[in-house]
Design a binder for this molecule. Structure first.
Ligand code: SF4
Ligand code: SF4
Ligand code: SF4
Ligand code: FES
Length: 524
C-alpha cells in the first residue's frame, strides 16, 4: 500500500492510501468526535458528528470523516466554524430526539446547546439510530437479529420481541455484543432474547470468574501467550468475528493453525502429569453446589490470591466479609467410600487457610479434623503458631452441613454438625463460610497414560513407582520416571525433591556411553 500526503489542521501528514480521514486524523493524534463509528465495523455515516471541512482543487465542503477516503493534497479542517456549526446542529437534533440520554446531553452542552429549538420526541427515547447494534450483530456475529424498520420519524431498531414471528425462532445467541456496543444503553438483552448469557468460567480461577474466548490460561503460563477457545470463539462457531485478528498489531493470530503431533526422539521420559481434585458434591450432605458459601480449598486458594477474582479479599458470595469460617479436613480422603489414602497436603493447607482468614478478616475459625498430620520440617511449629492465633480445633468427622436453624443464633448461617470425639458429643457450629479440604486423586486419564508407557497403577489409581522405598522415581520400564502427584499425593517440597531425583536419574542414564536394558523391554 502506497503513501499519500495531505494536510490536517495545518499540519502536513503522510498516511497510507485507502484509509479514511478519521483514521488519518487519529493516526496523528487529532481527535474527531464520533457516534455511529466503531473501528471493528463498516462505516455507516448516520450521525454525521464526525463532519470535517475538506478543500480540494479550490472547493470546500463538509463531509463525514469516518467514511471519506484520504486523497493526495487534500486539506482537512476538523475545527472550522462550519464544522463546529454542523456538529452543534447535529447535537441539537439528537437532544430533541433523546432529551434524557446523558451522553447526548453532555455532547449538546459541549456545543453550547442546553435546550433544542425543535419539538422533543418521546421523553424516554434512548436510541440515536446509530446502527452499531445491527452492524455488530450482522457483520461480526453473523446473526442479523436486529434491524432497522420504518421510515422517517418512524425509523427504529427492531428486536425479535417486537417482531411478529414466533419468538421460538429466536436466533439470538445472547452474546451481548449489541448491548456492549450501544453508546446510549438503549438496548437491553432481556428485550432481545429470552436466552440468558452463559459466562465462560475461568478454569484457573476455579469457575469463580469468567474469561474471554481468547485468554492466557494462567498468569505464569509458559509460553505466556493467549490461546483461543475453539468451542466458544464466535469465529469458530459462526465463521465471522475475527476482531482480535484485525486488532492484533503483530498479526499473531492465525485461525488456520492446526494441532500438530511432533515426534521427538529422547533417551528418557519423566512423567509429571499431576492430579485431579475430588468432586465434593459426591458427598451431598456437605452441601457443595447447594449452598453458595460452601467452597473447596482450591477455590479458597484463588479467593485469597492477590491475582484472584477478588484480588485477595476473602468474601462471601454476597460480597460481605465472613465473621466465622469452618474448615473441614479429609473431604474424600481417608474415607472408605471414596479414597482410603491420606492426601498429605490438606492438614497443612487448612492451617495456612486458617492463618490467612485470621490475618485478613479476624473471623472465628474452626478446624474439623480427624487427626493432625503435620509431618514436614517446620510443620508442627506452624500448627502450634496457628493454635496460638486462636483457631478452634474440633476433633471429629463432620456429619452434615445444613442451613436449617434451630436457634436464633443459627439463623442465616450454615450449621456444621459434627461429632466432637474429645467431648464425646455431637455439636452444631454456625458459620458464614465452609471450606472443604478436598482430596487429591489420580487424573482421569491416568489409565491412558499408564497404557501408553506400559506402566502399572497402584490400587489408589496413581502411577506405580519401581519400589516405594528404594526407587520412588523409577518405574518398571527402564528410562521412564515419575515425578510429583501422578505417582501419589504430595506437597511442594516432596514434589520438588522427587523431580530433582528424576532429573538426576535421567542425567545418569543419558550420559552413559552404553546402556543395558532388561530383556523384557528389548524391542521385538
Ligand atoms: S445478543 Fe443477539 S442480537 Fe445482540 S449481537 Fe448477540 S446475537 Fe445479535
Ligand atoms: S439501540 Fe443503541 S446501538 Fe442500536 S441503533 Fe439504537 S443507539 Fe445505536
Ligand atoms: S474471533 Fe477473536 S474476538 Fe472474536 S470471539 Fe473469537 S477470540 Fe473473540
Ligand atoms: S461517526 Fe461518522 S457519521 Fe457517525
Amino acid at each position: 500500500m502506497g503513501e499519500i500526503t495531505l494536510e490536517i489542521d495545518g499540519t502536513e501528514v503522510k498516511v497510507e492510501e485507502e484509509i479514511t480521514i478519521l483514521e488519518a486524523a487519529k493516526n496523528v493524534g487529532i481527535d474527531i468526535p464520533t457516534l455511529c463509528y466503531h473501528p471493528a465495523l463498516s462505516p455507516f455515516g448516520a450521525c454525521r458528528l464526525c463532519s470535517v471541512e475538506i478543500t480540494s482543487r479550490g472547493r470546500s465542503k463538509i463531509v463525514t470523516s469516518c467514511n471519506y477516503p484520504v486523497e493526495e493534497g487534500l486539506v482537512v479542517n476538523t475545527k472550522s466554524p462550519a464544522v463546529i456549526e454542523t456538529r452543534k446542529l447535529i447535537s441539537e437534533f439528537l437532544l430533541a430526539r433523546c432529551p434524557n440520554v446523558k451522553l447526548i446531553q453532555d455532547l449538546a452542552r459541549e456545543y453550547g446547546v442546553e435546550k433544542p429549538r425543535f419539538k422533543s420526541g418521546r421523553e424516554d427515547e434512548k436510541c440515536i439510530l446509530c446502527g452499531l447494534c445491527a452492524r455488530i450483530c450482522e457483520e461480526r456475529m453473523a446473526k442479523s437479529v436486529i434491524n432497522f424498520v420504518g421510515r422517517g420519524v418512524d425509523r427504529r431498531v427492531e428486536t425479535p420481541f417486537q417482531q411478529t414471528y414466533d419468538v421460538d425462532l429466536d436466533v439470538c445467541m445472547a452474546c451481548g455484543a449489541c448491548v456492549t456496543v450501544c453508546p446510549t444503553g438503549a438496548i437491553k438483552l432481556e428485550d432481545i432474547t429470552s436466552k440468558k448469557p452463559i459466562p465462560i468460567l475461568s478454569e484457573f480461577d476455579m469457575g469463580l470468574k469468567s474469561r474471554a474466548p481468547v485468554y492466557i490460561p494462567f498468569p505464569q503460563a509458559v509460553p505466556n501467550v493467549p490461546v483461543i477457545d475453539r468451542e466458544k470463539c464466535i469465529h469458530f462457531t459462526t465463521g465471522k468475528c475475527k476482531i482480535c485478528q484485525e486488532f492484533c498489531k503483530p498479526k499473531a493470530i492465525d485461525f488456520e493453525q492446526e494441532d500438530e503431533i511432533i515426534e521427538v526422539e529422547v533417551g528418557a521420559i519423566v512423567i509429571a502429569t499431576g492430579y485431579d481434585i475430588f468432586d465434593p458434591s459426591l458427598i451431598s450432605q456437605y452441601g457443595y453446589r447447594r449452598f453458595d458459601n460452601v467452597i473447596t480449598s482450591f477455590e479458597f486458594e484463588r479467593l485469597v490470591s492477590s491475582t484472584g477474582p477478588t484480588e485477595g479479599n476473602i468474601v462471601l458470595k454476597d460480597g460481605s466479609t465472613p465473621q466465622s469460617v469452618a474448615i473441614i479436613h479429609c473431604v474424600g480422603s481417608r474415607d472408605e467410600k471414596y479414597h482410603e489414602y491420606c492426601s498429605r497436603v490438606c492438614c497443612m493447607h487448612s492451617l495456612k487457610h486458617a492463618h490467612q482468614i485470621k490475618a485478613k478478616t479476624g473471623a472465628e475459625v474452626y478446624q474439623m479434623y480427624i487427626d493432625m498430620r503435620c509431618f514436614g520440617k517446620g510443620y508442627e511449629e506452624f500448627y502450634k503458631r496457628v493454635s496460638d492465633e486462636g483457631v478452634n480445633f474440633i476433633r471429629g468427622k463432620v456429619a452434615k452441613v445444613t442451613d436449617i436453624a434451630l436457634s436464633e443464633e443459627e439463623k442465616g448461617k450454615l450449621i456444621v454438625i459434627c461429632e466432637d470425639t474429645l467431648l464425646g458429643s455431637m455439636i452444631r457450629v454456625p458459620v458464614d463460610m465452609v471450606i472443604l479440604s478436598v482430596a487429591m486423586e489420580s487424573r482421569a486419564d491416568a489409565d491412558e497414560v499408564a497404557r501408553l508407557f506400559s506402566l502399572e497403577r497402584s490400587a489408589d489409581g496413581f502411577l506405580l513407582e519401581r519400589h516405594h522405598k528404594i526407587d520412588p522415581v523409577g518405574t518398571m520400564v527402564d528410562g521412564i520416571y515419575v515425578a510429583g502427584c501422578c505417582q501419589g499425593p504430595k506437597d511442594i517440597p516432596d514434589t520438588v525433591s522427587q523431580a530433582i531425583g528424576a532429573a538426576a536419574k535421567v542425567l545418569a542414564l543419558i550420559t552413559r556411553d552404553k546402556m543395558e536394558v532388561e530383556a523384557a523391554v528389548v524391542d521385538g
